[in-house]
Design a protein around this ligand. Structure first.
Ligand SMILES: *Cc1c(COP(=O)(O)O)cnc(C)c1O
Length: 411
């Protein structure tokens, strides 16, 4: 059987992710990888979780080993409602505003399903988070991409694009504005308060929903926390996606959709056809964990660890990149990533061959561009390598940049 002849349009469009291919090399001995986008496993509260897991499997087996409702664990929903109130001062939410998903990735995929058709337009950032890109692309929409600046989305460009879509009679085709407000993946930047307000104004002017994807908000290691767009504009305008992947453990696969009752209901109906429900076991595990432990206290050591590694990387950049003309990097105030942009003419995908020989790995910017165009940028994560490897890796990257730059006549 030649299955190729039978695939759907979607099946035919699926391609292996370049990042996976690239990261295969990163496991060779002595390699230093800034490529991974995952948290440090040492930050997972494994003793606490294993104790709770054994307790709930013994005592609450009828719930945790059973099918759950599509909406998810009401006890966890109540924990989330209390956390949103305590941390952000978001009030007036009930269980009907909450649905749990199998990671935020599922929420992104469901958002694609319920909002996007082939002729739809989604407003997204450039660079574009790959998980959202692959989720939305399953619906074959058109993307309008808004470049990111040091303080988030270029709102002037957003305004111009929306105005032009409106003039062309296409504004009804625009289904949502998708933003990652804090410590962007891959760009590391944070959307300023002013820009949050302007995005809300534009969303109101053109009557558009905002999807606020915020996996990293609690991982702030410096600067002042900013209100979520959800808090500023409310559930009638904003769908907030949160996840426990970056603050607790991604293996639990718990994400949460927070929105108006009406839209959450639609997510529930879509989820029924996708996976019936998420795991009751991991949801109850998380609920008991949040009941017993203060998440803000629990993540304090994690934040300290990431901050110190970020500082090490920033110092290494000053030292080893400081004299490379035209190079720029983002100084993140939280999260896992920084974004380094090399001088014009550099192609970080092509440069990857040299990096490979020098045993240093990063993610080239190209796959994060919506139309897969050549990119002088790269994503670097500081959270996994130990301090001395961060310094050594940046040194190797300097050699890589200089060698590539000389061969290309760019330096
Ligand atoms: C990690 C991440 C997610 C969440 O992934 P899940 O593990 O599926 O919850 C969502 N959005 C962004 C921008 C991320 O970096």
């Amino acid at each position: 059987m030649d299955f190729e002849t039978k695939y759907s349009k979607l099946g035919n469009s699926l391609q292996s992710s370049l990042i996976r291919e690239l990261l295969k090399y990163a496991s060779v001995p002595n390699a230093i990888s800034f490529g991974g986008g995952v948290p440090d496993p040492e930050t997972f509260p494994r003793k606490e979780l294993s104790q709770i897991a054994s307790e709930i499997i013994e005592k609450e087996y009828a719930y945790v080993l059973q099918y759950s409702t599509t909406e998810g664990d009401p006890e966890l929903a109540n924990q989330i409602i209390a956390m949103l109130e305590r941390i952000y001062g978001i009030s007036n939410l009930s269980e009907n505003n909450i649905m749990f998903t199998t990671g935020s990735q599922e929420a992104l995929e469901l958002a694609g399903k319920i909002f996007l058709d082939e002729e739809s337009i989604a407003i997204v950032e450039d660079p574009f988070y790959l998980g959202a890109a692959s989720a939305f692309k399953m619906r074959f929409p058109k993307f309008v991409t808004i470049p990111l600046e040091d303080d988030g989305m270029n709102v002037d460009v957003l305004e111009k694009e929306l105005k032009s879509l409106d003039e062309k009679g296409l504004i009804k085709k625009v289904k949502f504005i998708y933003v990652i407000p804090n410590f962007h993946n891959p760009a590391g930047v944070t959307l300023s308060y002013e820009k949050r307000k302007r995005i809300i104004e534009l969303a109101e002017r053109y009557d558009l929903p905002i999807i606020e994807d915020d996996p990293y908000g609690l991982l702030r290691f410096e600067g002042e926390p900013l209100d979520p767009i959800f808090k500023m504009a409310g559930p009638e305008r904003v769908i907030l996606l949160n996840t426990f992947s970056k603050i607790l453990a991604p293996g639990l696969r718990i994400g949460v959709v927070i929105g108006s009752e009406q839209v959450v209901r639609k997510f529930v109906l879509a989820k029924q056809g996708t996976d019936l429900c998420s795991s009751a076991l991991t949801q109850r595990l998380a609920a008991r964990y949040f009941e017993r432990y203060d998440i803000l206290q629990q993540i304090t050591p994690t934040i300290k660890l990431y901050k110190s590694k970020k500082d090490t990387m920033m110092q290494a950049f000053e030292e080893y990149f400081g004299d490379i003309k035209g190079i720029k990097w983002v100084k993140p105030e939280g999260g896992l990533f920084t974004w380094v942009t090399l001088p014009e003419g550099f192609d970080t995908m092509e440069m990857f061959e040299i990096a490979k020989q020098k045993l240093v790995f990063y993610i080239p910017g190209q796959p994060f561009t919506p139309d897969n165009k050549v990119s002088p940028s790269m994503r670097m994560s500081f959270c996994l390598p130990p301090h001395e490897k961060i310094v050594e890796g940046v040194k190797r990257l300097r050699d890589t940049i200089l060698e590539y730059g000389k061969t290309k006549g760019l330096i």
